[in-house]
Write a protein that binds this ligand. Structure first.
Ligand code: AMP
Length: 462
């Protein structure tokens, strides 16, 4: 199951649940389907989780009930078909070592296989989440200490995981040896924090310390966190480059780099690769704002606000008749006629997945009177699904898996279209050999096994 999520953990705060709530608030962009916090006072654990946004899930009363100086939290992304309360995290179980809870970002590629093996032997599962498989492995381990149990279990799973565990007296954070998903360590005096992105440190006044390293677990139980290397980091890491393109917030630091800086470079590179005969450049707010700024810097074209986004759109019960009007996009964006009319426009977006959103946006921009529309995309074309935690649809639904750039240009109705090259993309990060680009070329760094095998894996090398 795909898990595109946010994780957070804090140890040594007399307001641990409140700090976790604030951290989750700043990480809302990583998951909007459900949210949860579990706290511990060193003896008992307290839990609250529900479907919905952080602001809806928690109240003063629920936070007051989450006592203790330690807490972990999780925001889950909406994925089709799996949207059940039973799949909310953090996930808490009671086993021979007592209560243990986990918050997970990533996707274990051998979870289905391990689950079948365990079910054959009589294990009963409560959810469809990968993370439950991991808790079963820990519960079954015969190792001597909790850290050893965890290491033994982590060595059996494959794929992407940035994890935060809560035990009654400690927090343990860990990251897979390939380093797929981000996880950072922060501190505020004697309070230690781990979070998917550093924007969660800023909101609570903590400072960024470093990344949790690939193949490392950190045991946080008072004093300096203890580091245990449970596996050698992969020779070539598989950090998800999509974190820089779309997923992370621009004010965050992930994989040791500032997202804002990388995103601006993407825009600048795009302007280098494909300048356009235009009057102005606009973004599709908010995800491509910084890439468009970079394009503006690189091309010398003025950056204007050509689309206004309504920030108050949640899940709406209004389902206007499915006629020719594109309600979903109209509810979210409105064109600024005075900016667009009679102008030749460069529209910068971060990515095209199915192509349906962009087709509607282009028609909206044309209806507002634009003379020409030149589309520039801050990533290469997405031709393959992700199996490591980014929610991409099946390959057949990805427009670029079966259409050429010219066909896509015609479908979208733009005058010109350019995707950033893979080389251009990689030139924007410090450490280009250490990124996964499987969604752009199908070169999957970790293959799925058995029933869960990726059919198209390795077929289309970068
Ligand atoms: P579409 O091409 O209509 O499927 O939508 C593409 C838009 O969705 C892009 O412009 C991104 O802003 C956004 N997007 C890209 N990847 C994802 C993702 N994994 N989850 C949610 N939205 C995404």
């Amino acid at each position: 199951m795909k898990e595109e999520c946010a994780v957070f953990g804090i140890h040594g705060s007399n307001q641990a649940a409140l700090m976790t709530y604030l951290g989750l608030y700043s990480l809302q962009h990583r998951g909007q389907e459900s949210s949860g916090i579990i706290s511990s006072d060193g003896g008992r654990m307290y839990e609250h989780k529900a479907m919905g946004l952080v602001s809806k899930v928690f109240s003063k009363e629920t936070l007051d009930g989450l006592t203790g100086h330690m807490a972990i939290g999780h925001n889950r992304y909406s994925t089709t078909g799996m949207s059940h309360a039973v799949n909310t995290q953090p996930f808490l179980v009671n086993c021979k070592i007592g209560k243990i809870a986990v918050a997970h970002n990533g996707n274990l590629v051998n979870a289905v296989e391990l689950r079948h093996e365990m079910e054959e032997k009589g294990s009963i599962f409560r959810s469809t989440m990968d993370s439950e498989v991991l808790l079963h492995l820990i519960a079954r381990s015969k190792a001597g200490t909790i850290e050893e149990m965890m290491v033994e279990s982590l060595l059996q799973v494959r794929g992407a995981y940035s994890l935060v565990f809560l035990l009654k007296d400690r927090i343990i954070a860990g990251r897979d040896p390939d380093g797929f998903r981000p996880l950072s360590l922060g501190r505020d005096g004697d309070t230690w924090i781990v979070a998917s992105e550093s924007c969660a440190f800023d909101i609570i006044g903590a400072e960024y310390v470093r990344e949790v390293e690939p193949g490392e677990i950190l045991v946080i139980d008072g004093g300096e966190p203890r580091s245990i290397r449970f596996a050698e980091p992969a020779k070539r890491l598989s950090r998800c480059i999509f974190e820089f393109i779309y997923f992370s917030r621009p004010d965050s630091r992930v994989f040791g780099e500032n997202v804002d800086k990388v995103r601006r470079k993407l825009g600048c590179k795009l302007a280098d690769e494909a300048p356009a005969p235009a009057d102005i450049v606009i973004s599709v707010p908010d995800s491509s704002n910084t890439i468009a700024l970079g394009f503006s810097e690189g091309s010398g074209l003025r950056y204007e606000f050509g689309l206004i986004r309504n920030h108050y759109v949640g899940r709406t019960f209004i389902r206007p008749r499915q006629d020719e009007r594109d309600w979903d996009v109209r509810i979210k964006f409105n064109p600024v006629r005075g900016v667009l009319e009679d102008r030749s426009i460069v529209v910068v977006d971060d990515s095209i997945v199915r192509g349906s959103t962009m087709r509607k946006i282009v028609s909206m921009i044309r209806d507002a009177g634009a003379a020409q529309v030149h589309l520039r995309i801050g990533s290469p074309s997405i031709t393959h699904s992700c199996y490591y935690g980014i929610d991409t649809p099946t390959r057949g639904e990805l427009i670029a898996s079966s259409h050429s750039v010219e066909e896509i240009r015609q479908y979208l109705g733009v005058d010109s279209l350019h995707y950033l090259s893979r080389e251009g993309l990689l030139s924007c990060v410090d450490d280009p050999e250490n990124y996964c680009t499987a969604c752009f070329c199908g070169d999957y760094p970790v293959e799925r096994k058995g029933r869960d095998r990726v059919p198209e894996a390795k077929e289309n090398k970068c």
